[in-house]
Design a protein around this ligand. Structure first.
Ligand code: 5AD
Ligand code: SF4
Length: 439
């Protein structure tokens, strides 16, 4: 009988996509996907370390496998991703969980195949973590399970060193993929029938900034959107310090590019932005929103916000609230600042007390939810184009997203997954829309 794998993924889209590559490696070794974690012969954890709670989740879930490992000593447990790449974390994981069989880093997950072979031969624990990123590996074709959506990396790593962020330490310096690989991948995906392509990078705007690609992000986006076929293009994440008009001009040129920009602002206070080492001001950010909307009035913006950063006063926080209202974000991911060892912010004085952080996050979430709900209501009676992604068994409805990422549910007698459908919106429920297909 063929052996089976199960992957547990934490964190961002980048990690979700990386797990598609890990799946591909496991299949190459000869494993097939397990129906549930209990049926697996190998369990791989792709961890995240961006905030403490992501790490706590992983610790909890890995710990829970001790019993399973006792019942089935042949089960292989492998742990990789951002956490194992963090200074000192490998030692902690090693001590805390002696039953982990394989440990690999975020910078060398491509080596998993050899590590598994070694583990099977050597019988003892195999640990291989690399300090620095090597050349970009182009030979792992992801095993995609997200049809009709496909993610495509354009850069890896990050050079920005925002003072709160651990990413540059665990993912290394920014590397851009060569345009020919990216374009070939997108062409192939479109030929296979994928309908939504999302270009991924920690800071897509600095694509090729090191001169290694001969192309800027705007040029790459133009080339991707020029590929023939019926598909949408998205990109994330944009960085306000580098977000420029040439990208918006390319958006104007191609209707294929969704009119949605994910532009993390992090804070509305210039003092806090400076402490965060974000290298833009509130005024610059608002100027970019204005530029975007002057060219594309229908454009929507989503964002990331951190509250309770060291030294954040009530006044600073209120400036974030004011900015949120002014921009009128389509939605926002909101986070409580989490100190990460090794980052500059973790050593800063005047860390904000937990009760103050909690109070601010609750107020901010309430504000963001109110804005999102209001936007949902505006959809009532309108007709929108949805890319159908899935079928919700519980609701008995198909679902998909419009170009702004808004989820829409609808009924259909025939399978619509992978099709663009036009929905007349009849109900708006918080963030979700409900509608009927119109021809
Ligand atoms: N604490 C809280 N939020 C963080 N983010 C990154 N690092 C931290 C941290 N230490 C948030 C930022 C980023 C998003 C991916 O995660 O808002 O944009
Ligand atoms: Fe972290 Fe800043 Fe890089 Fe984003 S841009 S990954 S927040 S260092």
């Amino acid at each position: 009988m063929q052996e089976k794998y199960h992957i547990v993924t934490y964190g961002c889209q980048m990690n979700v996509h990386e797990s598609e590559k890990i799946a591909s490696i496991l299949r190459r070794v000869g494993y097939e996907q397990a129906p549930t974690i209990e049926n697996a012969d190998i369990i791989v954890f792709n961890t995240c370390c961006i905030r403490e709670n992501a790490e706590n989740h992983a610790f909890g879930n890995i710990g829970a496998l001790k019993k399973m490992k006792k019942r089935n000593p042949r089960l292989i447990i492998a742990v990789g991703g951002c956490m194992t790449q963090e200074k000192g974390k490998t030692e902690i994981l090693k001590k805390k969980f002696p039953f982990i069989d394989i440990m690999f880093g975020a910078l060398n997950f491509e080596e998993l195949e050899t590590l598994i072979v070694r583990k099977k031969q050597e019988k003892k624990r195999v640990i291989e973590i690399r300090e620095a990123a090597g050349e970009i590996v182009e030979s792992v074709e992801p095993y995609r399970t997200s049809y009709p959506n496909a993610w495509v990396n354009i850069t890896y790593g990050c050079n920005n060193f925002c003072s709160y962020c651990i990413v540059p330490y665990v993912r290394g310096r920014e590397r851009s993929r060569k345009p020919e690989y990216i374009l070939a991948e997108v062409r192939s995906l479109v030929e296979q029938g994928y309908k939504e392509i999302t270009l991924l990078g920690q800071n897509v705007n600095s694509y090729g900034a090191d001169g290694s690609t001969g192309m800027s992000f705007a040029e790459l986006l133009d080339a991707v959107a020029s590929i023939e076929g019926n598909f949408r293009v998205r990109f994330m994440t944009s960085h306000p310090k580098d977000f420029t008009e040439d990208v918006v001009r390319v958006m104007e040129k191609h209707r294929k590019i969704c009119r949605l920009v994910h532009l993390p602002v992090q804070s509305g206070s210039n003092e806090i932005l400076r402490e965060m080492n974000r290298r833009y001001t509130r005024e610059k950010y608002l100027g970019e929103i204005e530029m975007l909307r002057s060219r594309l009035p229908e454009a929507e913006v989503t964002t990331d916000i951190i509250v309770g950063f060291p030294r954040e006063t009530e006044e600073d926080y209120l400036q974030t609230e004011a900015l949120v209202k002014e921009v009128d974000f389509a939605s926002a991911f909101t986070f409580v600042y989490s100190p990460r060892q090794g980052t500059r912010a973790a050593t800063m004085e005047n860390q904000v007390p937990e009760d103050v952080q909690k109070d601010r996050i609750m107020r901010l979430v309430a504000l963001v939810n109110a804005l999102t709900r209001k936007k949902s209501e505006k959809y009532l009676g309108k007709t929108v184009e949805i890319l159908c992604e899935d079928y919700d068994e519980k609701k008995g409805l198909y679902l998909g997203r419009d170009e702004f990422g808004r989820m829409g549910y609808f009924q259909s007698e025939t399978d619509k997954i992978g099709e663009f459908v036009r929905l007349k919106i009849t109900k708006a429920n918080g963030i979700s829309l409900y509608g009927e297909i119109v021809e």
